[in-house]
Design a protein around this ligand. Sequence first.
Ligand code: ADP
Ligand code: MG
Length: 622
Amino acid sequence: MALLKIVEPSMAPPALDRPRIAIGIDLGTTYSLVAVAKNGISEVLLDEIGRPLLPSVVRYLSGGGRKIGYPAKLDAVLDPCNTISSVKRFMGRSKADIQDLDTIPYHFVNTSGMVQLKTIDGVRSPIEISAEILVALRQRAEAALGKEIIGAVLTVPAYFDDAQRQATKDAARLAGLKVLRLLNEPTAASIAYGLDSGVQGLYAVYDLGGGTFDLSVLKFTHGVFEVLATVGDSMLGGDDFDHALYKYILHRMRLSMLPPQDIQALLDAVRVAKEILSTQDEALLDIKLSCSRRIMLTITESEFKTVIQSLVSRTLVLTRRALRNAQVIPGDFNGIVLVGGSTRIRSVRYAVEQYFGKVPLTDLDPDQVVALGAAIQADMLAGNRRDGNNWLLLDVIPLSLGLETMGGLVEKIIPRNSTIPVAKTQEFTTFKNGQSAIAIHVVQGERELVSDCRSLARFELRSIPPMTAGRARIQVTFQVDSDGLLSVSAREVQSGVQAEVIVKPSYGLNDNDITRMIKDGLSSSKCDMRSRALREAQITAQGLVYATNEALKADWELLDDAERIQIDTQLNALRAILNENDINRINKSMKALAAATEEFAARRMNQSIHSALASKKLDEIS
Ligand code: ADP
Ligand code: MG
């Protein structure tokens, strides 16, 4: 197979003296990161106080404000409905796709397409929420690099389908980032380990994060990565370890349940203990609960190992399945890459090592490895690598792509696990005499019936010249680009009529949607400014009321009755409207009070100067 140069033809040749900065972003379920590569060395960019991770959490506040990352995460207990975490699980998903809808605290809006969440600041789509996280990462990168960023490589799980990939691209676009390419997470991790510099090899990428587990089998040959198979469980990860340990502690304390305000406190403490047990043999748990109760106990690493044993076994069951799909055995692998914070757990590492009969690669930080690889890829795409080592990486499509045929059946055109980019053509014909149009319905999935698959797009091929049934030759071509995005075209061979769609899944956004959201963003920032100005006016007014009151108490004798009444009137007027939302009235009333107290203020000033002078000796006055 010919190797393909990764530099896009549409890109201008890079300027030699000015490196073009492109970043790599790991938009994770639990944490997100941004990294950049310089001279082939990749590093994660830190926030203003030196932290590499950004919790993937956004809290919406009334009046257009929002908190992102650590401050938002802290508010999750306080304001669960408006504090959105793990939004990645909703990307490109409809309500019907989400399994545990009842356990999620958010208010979902009734829509047929991608889920929408109702927040205190209006309805938000997962794309917009993800864009908030991406903006924070973009700003972090801009601040750290002090240069314009020409684009970004974003990573996605290997099993992400068309809708989920499109949603990720849309989020980046909304965040003002040019997407150079979407890259599968396991592929990114392999690049970070430089596995693409060898001649060939078979690698397993074991990714255990906060809420998800994925295992991918990658084959690297002749400068090309192929994802041979990928399996995942979107409900298995570090959070489940936390819950298992939480339940175990309640059991040990002989408690059946806790009041709601204590649940989060215990869960947080349990997570800290879990993380300590990755490097130490025991962890002390000491939590003050409400009603002056306290939990204090020590947990050992071996206890923890027993608690999570069945969860770890589940990852190995899935691993076995992936190897079966790829038709390989554990002994075939040249290397095992660990990804995800939960692979720091010693018993997880040990289980993986036992299964593959090989010590996994652990030199790189498992939470950072995906972003590091994405940055290397971004740097290559920006045209900064000149060592001839820039080849296109091949991935597979996770689900089969096909067409609806007679009787609601699916004809698969591109089978799942085909490497991309890929193009396939198949011929169809008309089934009625004189049929002048055919409807083409593109679907994705493994099932036989259209009703069991995901509908991606519909379009029509019209103006087919009248022919007897079965004579028309309609060639339908499916093409999947290197981001995993599909375009479909149909052509009647004899007449040459053709039609085409770029498959924008119904969950993706069209340009109008993007424009609307950008506009909404602008108007909400106007709204932000207005509510801030109001808040400031209210605070100033409160200060003025307080100061006037104090002055009246202190120096009432400086005023005559009429003056006092006049100031009181204005003071009461301001007090009455202080908490209203009318900034103009507040400002006007403040002015009126200031005017009424002008003379009083002048007299007080004179008096204080007078008494200050009076208390000093003459030689101190200059
Ligand atoms: P995701 O890919 O889901 O965004 P990460 O790869 O960042 O998530 O993994 C987050 C998970 O890793 C959390 O459950 C966290 O508690 C866990 N984790 C992080 N550090 C450690 C550690 N030292 N030991 C055990 N688990 C850890
Ligand atoms: Mg991850």
